[in-house]
Design a protein around this ligand. Structure first.
Ligand code: BGC
Length: 882
């Protein structure tokens, strides 16, 4: 087909003066945060549609002490501008607004104000002490079970009842998980606070506004405290003295600060004036095993708490991103009764969170909730793949009657809920069970829609895979006895996550945990937080989360801070590779290989229970590939930070490693040597630019040959799959990349969809209608790694791709492929500058492309067919291609 561009219409709204800036944010895109974490924040804003470009800005910032005015600054910068007046102090409340001039020099007028309020920035601000109830004395929880959820309480008076309260803040953290009630009302809407960090290094603190919740006279503050990731059973970690990986008992640190209108203050801190009990209704609650609630248990005696005045060595820092909250609720769609008295509710979607029940209950009787992602052939829950995670909740009723209940400190990965223990003769109704979906409260920012139902289902599965695996940290899976921040899975999926959600702050926080957990020798652990586990694998493709994630976040946000924060960590990681290398090769490196590559030919090694999963691409080749890629990212990061000498040095190192790779692994014809020919080896050589440009076409042909030999199927694992379509595409085989994406048979992206998948699966055949369930030892139905194809769907199928040279979509590419399987595709993204989109439709043999370029940005349109690229400015553009 001859591709000619027949028309280009720019539809800029004609305006006489610009409307004010909007969507003011601080730091990593945070909207009016309370308990903000950074004393020297950066500010961002968006320009209204209709404006082409900003020529100058002016910021005004008010703190209780001062007013700061930046004056007019000639600049088109509207993201990550250092806040005037910084550094700020703990508790500072800053109100700011921005004025800008457009491309014609017209001032917009002031924006609506935005605020941020700092939390307690360091341990020095804390007068509180760690508290917990005195040891549980009853044997109510068996040894195999866990410490009951602790109750803590304190009654207090507002000291200046005559005086108006100007503001009241509760600063809280836990070694474990907490929730808080003030005068019987829940404080905030967060779950699993304070979240999962490397607790021995860093504890996140939460800040709540309780100004309007305080009463003039007596007030009662109550906290519940669960073991969580800190002190709970942790199947993968080194559990301490029958406790969790970090400690034996959960504890609370809380400081309520009341400021009166006359400036006087009152502080109520956790200390020896509190009372506690372990005799509350939550008999136990474990992230992995579930929650057991006995409504008959109410604390009879409250005793003085155990106090620890030593705050500990972990840093106390405001939580830098949104906590887990309820995102949505799913209604049950069907009920079956595969066994008498056991009712199975189908929510129609594999999800993560818990079930809220509203059921008739009988006094002293226990209702049991079991969960599963799939059903067995007989309709009963398939729970075997949870491995040791019991994932069971129970509710024991104190009275006969209707009960409404949900757990608090556990979560499950499930589509089906089995209820048993209901009163005899009960006739379950659909509204007896609802699925409460929980994840870190990340805004949805992207959409991908096409004319193909299965491709849209794939997008949905990718989005659900991320929802279920962004419960405070990026996890491999949300259901079995694992749920860990596996670094390999995370680096594969990070770019895609940044299309679907505003995950900037989320990743930045987790990178902080990577810095906290980096090994002495510079390697990055296989999962983070490591939960004190003795697992110390140093694996190519996993370690590299340390370089790839900062870079992916930077490219998609334009926030150079993420590179600056992590630069030393990245340097240490590359130094680790360097120390292992001989002549730019890594003959001895270990790792997980190209994990879960289908149809592995390499025979497993006796006694190595992972060796049947590590694929055919040798670890030494993967090691050199990721070493070269990481060194190049480090060089590019140094360049972006203006560290030119470092940039030159690391660029030379990257070039040296690439040359070693090419020389050792490729012959002069572009064919692999010194390693079995695998799709992944070719994919990485092409996608990571490891071979000279003149060898790439031949390498591409060899890759195509391997795909054809596999009947048009992929033969890649966790490391090759994310780049497979891109490598084909880059070497002129976009049609074959398209065929792979739309392939229906095993292994392929559509294969699980054909078996009923509503999330991404760990294996392409975790279940099949033909063969039933896959290897039960490792069979998750909610694993985001293979969802990394999302990046290619956005960037190439719809055609909306960032430009690493002008990151954060300051400039971006529109490069749609117009694959033959589709009649239309659209990608839409809320970028740091506003909405961008690329949307194409095929009709009457023509293609119509609509591109939205946000204010203050430009885009370059590159259409197939060899036409010269065209750069366009802000606005909505229609292009046609016959
Ligand atoms: C996890 C992964 C992880 C892998 C490492 C598995 O158990 O679920 O996805 O990357 O282990 O080998």
């Amino acid at each position: 087909m001859k591709n000619t561009l027949v028309g280009l219409f720019i539809m800029l709204a004609s305006i006489s003066h610009a409307a004010p800036a909007h969507s003011l944010t601080v730091g990593e895109g945070l909207v009016d945060p309370l308990g903000f974490h950074d004393a020297t924040p950066v500010l961002s804003w968006k320009l209204p549609v209709g404006v082409e470009k900003q020529s100058a800005y002016r910021i005004e910032a008010d703190t209780p002490r001062d007013r700061w005015d930046s004056g007019w600054i000639e600049s088109d910068r509207s993201t990550y501008v250092p806040a005037p007046g910084a550094p700020f102090s703990s508790r500072d409340r800053v109100t700011w607004r921005v004025d800008f001039r457009d491309e014609k020099g017209r001032a917009s007028g002031w924006s609506q104000p935005a605020t941020f309020e700092l939390g307690l920035l360091s341990a020095a601000e804390w007068k509180a002490r760690w508290i917990r109830p005195a040891e549980p004395t009853t044997g109510s929880a068996s040894a195999a079970e866990r410490e009951p959820v602790a109750l803590l309480r304190r009654v207090f008076h507002v000291e200046h009842p005559g005086e108006k309260i100007a503001r009241a803040r509760a600063y809280v953290t836990a070694r474990g998980l907490f929730d808080l009630h003030l005068n019987g009302r829940r404080v905030g809407a967060d779950h699993f606070a304070n979240g999962f960090t490397a607790y021995h290094k860093r504890l996140d603190t939460l800040t709540y506004d309780v100004t309007t919740q305080l009463l003039a006279g007596d007030n009662q503050l109550e906290a519940r405290l669960a073991e969580g990731w800190y002190a709970g059973r942790f199947p993968f970690g080194g559990n301490k003295d029958g406790g969790g990986p970090y400690g034996k008992h959960a504890a609370l640190l809380l400081q309520l600060e009341i400021t009166y209108a006359d400036g006087s203050t009152q502080i109520l801190a956790s200390d020896d004036s509190w009372e506690g009990s372990y005799a509350g209704p939550i008999v136990s609650s474990s992230i992995y095993d579930g929650e057991h609630y006995d409504a008959r248990r109410q604390p009879a005696d409250w005793s003085p708490v155990i106090v620890d005045a030593d705050l500990g060595s972990a840093r106390l820092e405001p939580k830098p991103f949104a906590p887990v909250r309820v995102a949505r609720t799913l209604a049950a769609r069907a009920i079956t009764e595969p066994q008498p008295g056991r009712f199975v509710f189908d929510l129609g979607q594999n999800m993560v969170g818990w079930a809220r029940i509203k059921v008739p209950a009988e006094k002293d009787r226990t209702i049991t909730l079991r969960f599963s992602e799939m059903l067995k052939a007989d309709g009963t829950p398939y729970t075997e793949a949870y491995r040791s995670a019991k994932s069971t909740d129970t509710y024991t009723a104190a009275e006969t009657g209707l009960v409404e209940w949900e757990p608090h400190f556990t979560f499950h990965g499930f589509r089906y809920v089995e209820l048993s223990g209901l009163p005899a003769g009960a006739k379950p109704q659909l509204d007896w069970v609802a699925g409460v979906v929980l994840h870190s409260d990340l805004p949805d920012t992207g959409a991908f829609v096409s004319s193909h139902a299965k491709l849209n289902q794939l997008q949905s599965n990718i989005a659900w895979g991320w929802r279920g695996n962004s419960v405070d940290i990026p996890t491999d899976c949300p259901q079995r006895d694992e749920r860990l921040g596996w670094t390999g899975d995370a680096q594969a999926f990070c770019a895609t996550s940044m299309f679907n959600t505003g995950a900037h702050a989320f990743w930045k926080s987790w990178l902080g945990s990577i810095r906290d957990e980096q090994y002495q020798d510079g390697a990055v652990p296989p999962f983070v937080p490591t939960a004190m586990s003795r697992w110390a694998m140093r694996s190519p493709g996993w370690m590299d989360a340390g370089t790839i994630i900062p870079w992916d976040v930077y490219v998609r946000t334009g926030d150079a801070g993420v590179l600056a924060d992590n630069f030393a960590m990245m340097e240490r990681l590359i130094a680790y590779y360097r120390a292992q290398a001989t002549d730019g090769l890594l003959p001895k490196i270990g790792g997980f290989g190209d994990w879960l590559q289908p149809y592995q030919q390499t025979p497993p090694k006796p006694g190595d229970n992972m060796s049947d999963r590590t694929g055919d691409t040798p670890k030494h080749l993967l090691g050199v590939a990721f070493y070269a890629r990481g060194a190049q990212i480090l060089a590019d990061s140094a360049r972006a930070l203006g560290r030119d000498a470092d940039a030159d040095r690391y660029a030379a190192e990257a070039a040296f490693v690439r040359t070693s790779f090419a020389k050792h692994y490729f012959d002069a014809t572009g064919k692999l040597r010194n390693a079995p020919e695998t799709q992944t080896a070719y994919v990485l050589a092409i996608a990571f630019d490891l071979i000279p440009a003149d060898l790439k076409p031949a390498a591409g042909e060899n890759l195509v040959r391997l795909v054809r030999e596999a009947g048009g199927h992929l033969r890649t694992g966790f490391l090759g799959t994310p780049f497979l379509t891109a490598a084909l595409d880059q070497t002129g085989h976009a049609d074959i990349a398209g065929d792979l994406l739309f392939k229906e048979s095993y292994p392929s992206w559509f294969y699980p969809i054909n078996q009923g998948a509503t999330t991404m699966w760990e294996r392409w055949n975790s279940y099949s209608h033909e063969h039933g369930f896959g290897d039960v030892e490792m069979n998750s139905f909610n694993h985001y790694a293979y969802g990394a194809i999302g990046q290619w769907m956005y960037e190439r199928v719809a055609g909306l791709a960032p430009d690493p040279a002008r990151p954060g979509y300051k400039h971006f590419f529109v490069r749609p492929l117009f694959v033959s399987q589709l009649d239309s595709a659209r990608a839409e993204l809320e970028t740091p500058y506003g909405k961008a989109s690329s949307s194409w439709t095929r009709a009457d043999g023509k293609i119509e492309l609509t591109v939205v370029v946000p204010p203050n940005t430009t885009a370059t349109v590159e259409l197939p067919g060899g036409r010269a690229p065209q750069t366009i400015g802000a606005g909505t553009h229609r292009l046609e291609q016959p």
